[in-house]
Design a protein around this ligand. Structure first.
Ligand code: SF4
Ligand code: SF4
Length: 443
């Protein structure tokens, strides 16, 4: 079988052995309060629709989108609104949040469970159900799905690509979804394909997941608009631009261009399951699969959890720590967010909680750049990370922008390859956010 791929990239140790063979375990009766931050997606924060003391039901909309690029939030339990307060989110920001005390009755909102027949629905009706269900990209980026499905009219979409690469080390939540919810993935993709009559659906999976390729091929058999393709196992194969290149050989240009500009829309496999559940079962986005793993976790697992469940509770449910972790991360080791506190709620984009031992974290002090060029050799965007690092450290924002630093994926390939252990990606991330903040202030 041909293995599709992109240019450059790296091969980090994969670490998936902890959980890849662990079926998804339900953790659906959380003990503590559920916390719903008003920022769970890229775009404008939501505003609460409830106040302290209100009773809420499972699936009830408790916060409304305030702008075009946003997505509503639903309660994942029944209970009482205990507070409207502030909560930390995985990126370290403090944002407004609704706290619900779980009554453990799981009484559902009567509006739930309306099953739709998508074949009888208009494009607007399908997109509206997805919007009202609060679905956002579940691969981590958190872009509202209804916006992705509404590209400008002049963009002709000929590829709907499902990202089943899961190239980040340690993560296995998408893999288990592909094995255990394969029918839903195919039906979700069929629903999306009705919106784009000229498009074919392509599910891209790295070739270190042969079982997932096999089972999805079985379910896609007889679907003339759907293909399952094998991708070379290489990081960051699941990054949007790299996936598009692997599947279509098209390059998404720099300077704010989007996948739709080259005829593509990319969704994570679990996002498509959420679409299927919204349309066929009338369920808003209230749950997700979270991998709790790493050498410092006693019993690494894949959990199905209610959004709003605390990270600490999931770590406890995985047996706690075997030793004090040297590094705690929300997400994968390459692109995840370092955590200084696990008193955090699971949000729509939480794919994993990772607790690394000293050996796994491999954190050393920085040495001087020896101009070996290894960071340049691996950068999937052909940037010059060593130069960008120097510009970032000198706060030369103009020079940083000129060298296309704002295009950096923050994939971490350069840091991984650097023999001097330079903190390249951290400096690039900080430079990017400073430049973007400065731009916002000027507006
Ligand atoms: S410069 Fe950015 S895109 Fe290139 S390897 Fe480093 S983190 Fe990845
Ligand atoms: S890989 Fe590290 S040492 Fe080599 S050129 Fe890049 S920054 Fe310098």
């Amino acid at each position: 079988m041909a293995r599709l791929t992109f240019k450059r990239g790296i091969h980090p140790p994969h670490g998936k052995h902890y959980t890849e063979d662990k079926p998804i375990e339900n953790y659906l009766d959380p003990k503590g309060d559920l916390v719903y931050p008003m920022v769970q997606h890229i775009g404008a924060p939501c505003e609460p629709l409830v106040k302290r003391g209100d009773r809420v039901l499972v699936g009830q909309k408790i916060a409304e989108a305030q702008a075009f690029v946003s997505a509503p939030i639903h309660s994942s339990v029944s209970g009482t609104v205990k507070a409207i307060t502030e909560s930390l989110i995985p990126n370290g920001q403090k944002v407004k949040a609704i706290v619900v005390e779980n009554d453990h009755e799981y009484e559902e909102d009567p509006s739930l469970n309306k099953a739709y027949n998508y074949k009888d629905m208009t494009r607007e009706e399908i997109i509206n159900v997805i919007k009202e269900a609060g679905i956002v990209g579940m691969g981590g980026a958190g872009f509202p799905t209804h916006i992705k499905l509404s590209p400008p009219e002049d963009k002709e979409i000929d590829h709907i690509i499902l990202n089943g690469a899961e190239c980040e080390p340690y993560l296995t939540s998408d893999y288990r979804v592909m094995l255990e919810e394969s029918e839903r993935i195919i039906e979700g993709l069929k629903i999306i394909l009705t919106l784009f009559p000229k498009a074919r659906g392509v599910i891209g999976i790295e070739d270190n997941k042969p079982e997932a390729i096999k089972i999805l091929k079985q379910h896609a058999a007889g679907q003339d608009r759907i293909d399952v393709v094998s991708l070379k196992t290489k990081y960051p194969q699941g990054a949007e631009k790299q996936l598009i290149y692997a599947v279509t050989k098209r390059e998404v240009p720099f300077k704010g261009k989007l996948p739709a500009d080259v005829g593509c829309i990319v969704h994570n496999v679990d996002t498509v399951v959420a679409v299927q559940r919204a349309i066929r079962r009338g369920r808003p986005l209230m749950r997700r699969i979270v991998t709790v793993t790493g050498g410092a976790i006693k019993e690494p697992k894949n959990f199905k959890v209610r959004i709003g469940t605390s990270y600490q509770e999931l770590i406890d449910a995985a047996g706690g720590f075997t030793e004090e972790p040297v590094k705690l991360i929300s997400g994968g080791p390459m692109m995840g967010m370092a955590l200084y506190n696990v008193d955090l709620p699971v949000v729509k984009g939480t794919s994993a909680i990772l607790a690394l031992t000293k050996k796994e974290a491999n954190d050393g002090g920085e040495l001087n750049c020896i101009r070996c060029g290894k960071c340049i050799e691996v950068c999937p965007l052909n940037l010059i990370p060593s130069e960008l690092n120097a510009l970032a450290l000198n706060k030369d924002w103009e020079g940083f922008e000129k060298l296309n630093g704002l295009e950096c994926l923050q994939c971490g390939c350069c840091s991984f390859a650097c023999p001097s252990k330079r903190h390249l990606v951290q400096s690039l991330r900080t430079a990017k956010s400073t430049i973007l903040q400065n731009r916002r202030k000027k507006k």
